[in-house]
Design a binder for this molecule. Structure first.
Ligand SMILES: NC(=O)c1ccc[n+]([C@@H]2O[C@H](COP(=O)([O-])OP(=O)(O)OC[C@H]3O[C@@H](n4cnc5c(N)ncnc54)[C@H](O)[C@@H]3O)[C@@H](O)[C@H]2O)c1
Length: 316
């Protein structure tokens, strides 16, 4: 089986590649990445891997790189939800268009299967309501969420029009080895700079599920063996949650900091477009036998440890 992984040098993509290359059935993995946030040091060395440094907006390069692929994993997108506050076009250009280009390249090359990294942002702000794929109405409150929802619908349309079948995962927050953004990354970066004072986005009470990237990878690998028909959507989460304040306490413990001045930016949201409370129901995917091995708290502890251990690589 030959894989094409867009954004394969990024956080989730690199974890998938490093794990899936161990499978004998996987013969070749093409990583297509412009390295805007991806890193070479995230990736294991393997003869199975071919890295193409290019942008998905370059359709000519994309068309030639994707040839002879059996399955596409599509991760490339703007990872920074808050970036749209200053640049509202970013998720259209670095999200929607990228997926459109991938689908067109698939159509031209008769590639029939795609697994897409969507996100719980498609639901919008539903407070403590449990989010269920086929029941909860989707009302994104960020261009990031809107782009993910459009992308899901584009895959559904392509499945109907040209027979490309897809699976979209609506992930909770993902954390773990190789992460380059998110609350753990933010706190560790700030604490290396200043151990006396820290800025916290929002009021610290935002509470969400944090899924360890190894658990995401096990779901992504399981998904490749499922029967692909039209377009299927699955939530993916832990069954617990943790607040930003609790995450800060874990970070301070890891740094052995007893006293620090905390400065909150205020408001219930970390930034405009942030969904402060997220409760995801992922029973639908669990029916295939998948479960998360790490709780939200374990995920946070492991992520902080990884970031501190790899301080030099991250250039903190
Ligand atoms: N990390 C999370 O918590 C989370 C949660 C839900 C969904 N997702 C989605 O999962 C996917 C992967 O997220 P991640 O956290 O690994 O982010 P990431 O930024 O680490 O990975 C994205 C990769 O895509 C590459 N890329 C970006 N724009 C590109 C372009 N125009 N052409 C080619 N390559 C490009 C980047 O260099 C990077 O390697 C994204 O689509 C993200 O929206 C992530």
């Amino acid at each position: 089986m030959n894989l094409f992984v867009s954004g394969g040098a990024g956080f989730i993509g690199s974890n998938l590649v490093n794990e899936i290359l161990k499978y004998r059935k996987i013969k070749k993995i093409v990583i297509y990445d412009n390295f805007s946030s991806g890193k070479k040091w995230f990736l294991k060395k393997s003869k199975k891997i071919k890295i193409i440094k290019a942008d998905l907006k370059d359709e000519k390069k994309l068309n030639s790189a994707i040839k002879k692929t059996d399955l596409v994993y599509h991760f490339a997108a703007n990872p920074d939800i808050a970036a749209a506050v200053k640049n509202p076009d970013i998720d259209f250009v670095e999200g929607t268009i990228l997926l459109r280009n991938v689908l067109e390249a698939m159509r031209k090359n008769k590639i029939k299967k795609i697994i897409f990294a969507s996100g719980s942002g498609v639901y919008g702000d539903k407070k403590k309501k449990s989010l269920v794929e086929d029941k909860t109405i989707t009302n994104p409150i960020s261009t990031y969420g809107a782009s993910k929802l459009y992308c899901e619908n584009l895959i559904a349309s392509y499945s109907n029009l040209v027979g490309i079948a897809g699976i979209s995962f609506r992930f909770a927050n993902v954390s773990g080895d190789n992460c380059t953004h998110g609350v753990c990354y933010d706190f560790v970066r700030k604490l290396f700079k200043n151990k006396n004072k820290i800025n916290i986005l929002g009021n610290g009470k935002q509470s969400k599920s944090y899924l360890h990237v190894s658990d995401v990878v096990s779901a992504l690998i399981k998904a490749k063996n499922l029967k692909f028909s039209n377009h299927q959507v699955y939530n993916l989460s832990t069954r617990d949650f943790i607040s930003v304040n609790e995450i800060l306490t874990l970070a301070l413990k890891a740094f052995k900091i007893k006293k620090i001045e905390k400065k909150y930016t205020g408001g219930s949201r970390g930034w405009r477009g942030d969904v402060p409370i997220v409760r995801i129901n992922d029973n639908k995917f669990r029916k295939f036998g998948w479960y998360n091995k790490n709780s939200s708290k374990e995920t946070i502890i492991k992520t902080i440890k990884f970031l501190i251990t790899n301080k030099k690589n991250y250039r903190f």
